[in-house]
Design a binder for this molecule. Structure first.
Ligand SMILES: *Cc1c(COP(=O)(O)O)cnc(C)c1O
Length: 391
């Protein structure tokens, strides 16, 4: 008999009843150190008092009105985001994959409005992840996500991650946009080198192609800059945001320049829940915290500290681990042992990590994690690796 929950997830046997900062408390009382943060979502940790306050205050006043009316919290969050980034305009969604839907629609509409509707092709890269909607799986293109789901949304081209020659060859007068994660998340924490992001920007400028950055996982201070592309000193035309921006409340966004958004006039897109007062009240509280330069500097410092300690961990367990990679507090350990076994062994030591492709274990802690918690996390990972070696 089919479970009453559609069985699409392989869930671990823990059930958490409470969260405090970097900690999750299991129903039986065990305290797990959370280096997953709900997959880079709880950026401010669990139950951050300022976020709880923002949510409960809004919940006591007004939950939902729809986009038939003005939503001041939504306007406030859009103003913050445009002040802090390359963007001139923002549309709010409820998730990352909905942001992908709009990014794709916006890029195609742009060319249609310019009288070049045939310019609809979007170039993506292997190992990428843009969510599970029809546009999301078509953009990423992996067989794992697309097989069996019938005709794919057409107009997507997939190139090998890092193959510059293939990219030059693939660009044509049909190319509408290029979509890329500045740091691949699900693909195994693979940062795109700054030089490559710069090269991409140049290529797009040369051909008038729109550049879409998917910062759903690597954005919102995760790497120690507000958005990961800032490290390379280049900006996209369109950017997808979600995960961390809600700190655990479901909200996403598409940010765009005035030019890139120029096709999206009245009635061209919409969402019932998107930009709802609850989500935007929390989003404002998150952005106020993470955009503080001191906060960002701390994320970068803690990321460097964690990385250094992980290098030591890897060196002392050469049969389990291979190398460390990533940026800021978006770190990956490439494993020798099977990554899912490492994650499972961690459960026994009450530490939570997340597997990714390329046999990587992802570490995406709350950005508020303390130095002591980082030290404790590495001790627990050490114990998890030792347990595997002893087995
Ligand atoms: C998680 C993720 C998405 C999809 O976000 P959902 O909120 O799960 O739809 C898209 N892109 C990237 C890079 C992601 O990490």
């Amino acid at each position: 008999m089919i479970p009453t929950l559609l069985p699409t997830y392989a869930r671990a046997p823990m059930s958490f009843v409470k969260g405090e900062g970097s900690w999750l408390i299991e129903a039986d009382g065990r305290r797990f150190l959370d280096l997953g943060a709900g997959i880079a979502v709880t950026a401010m940790g669990h139950a951050h008092p300022k976020l709880v306050e923002a949510l409960t205050e809004q919940a006591g006043a007004l939950w939902h009105t729809s986009n038939l009316y003005q939503i001041p919290q939504q306007q406030a969050l859009a103003d913050k985001l445009t002040d802090l980034t390359f963007a001139d305009t923002v549309f709010f969604t409820n998730s990352g994959t909905e942001a992908c839907e709009l990014a794709v629609k916006m890029a195609r509409k742009y060319w249609d409005e310019k009288g070049q509707p045939e310019r609809s092709e979007i170039i993506g890269f292997t190992g990428s992840f843009h969510g599970r909607s029809s546009a999301g799986i078509a953009a990423a293109g992996s067989e794992k996500m697309t097989k069996g789901f019938g005709p794919l949304l057409p107009g997507f081209v997939h190139l090998e991650f890092g193959d510059h020659d293939a990219l030059q060859a693939a660009v044509s007068d049909q190319t509408a946009a290029i979509i890329i994660e500045p740091v691949q998340g699900e693909g195994g924490i693979r940062p795109v080198p700054d030089q490559c992001l710069k090269g991409l920007r140049d290529l797009c400028d040369e051909h008038g192609i729109l550049l879409i950055f998917d910062e759903v996982q690597c954005g919102v201070a995760r790497t120690g800059k507000l958005f990961a592309h800032e490290w390379a000193g280049v900006a996209p035309d369109i950017m997808m945001v979600a995960k961390g921006i809600g700190g655990g409340f479901p909200i996403g966004a598409v940010l765009a320049t005035e030019d890139a958004a120029s096709g999206m006039g009245l009635g061209t897109h919409g969402s019932t829940y998107g930009g709802n007062p609850l989500g935007c009240a929390v989003g404002c509280a998150v952005m106020d915290h993470v955009s503080d330069p001191e906060f960002l500097a701390k994320v970068a410092r803690k990321g460097a500290m964690m990385r250094q300690r992980l290098e030591g961990l890897v060196a002392s367990h050469p049969d389990v681990f291979e190398s460390v990679r990533g940026a800021g507090l978006m770190l990956g350990i490439k494993c020798k042992a099977t990554n899912t076994d490492v994650v499972k062994s961690g459960y026994g030591k009450e530490i939570l990590t997340v597997p990714a492709a390329d046999n990587v274990v992802r570490l995406l802690p709350a950005l508020t994690i303390s130095d002591e918690e980082i030290v404790e996390a590495v001790l627990r990972l050490d114990a998890a690796a030792s347990a595997m070696e002893a087995a």
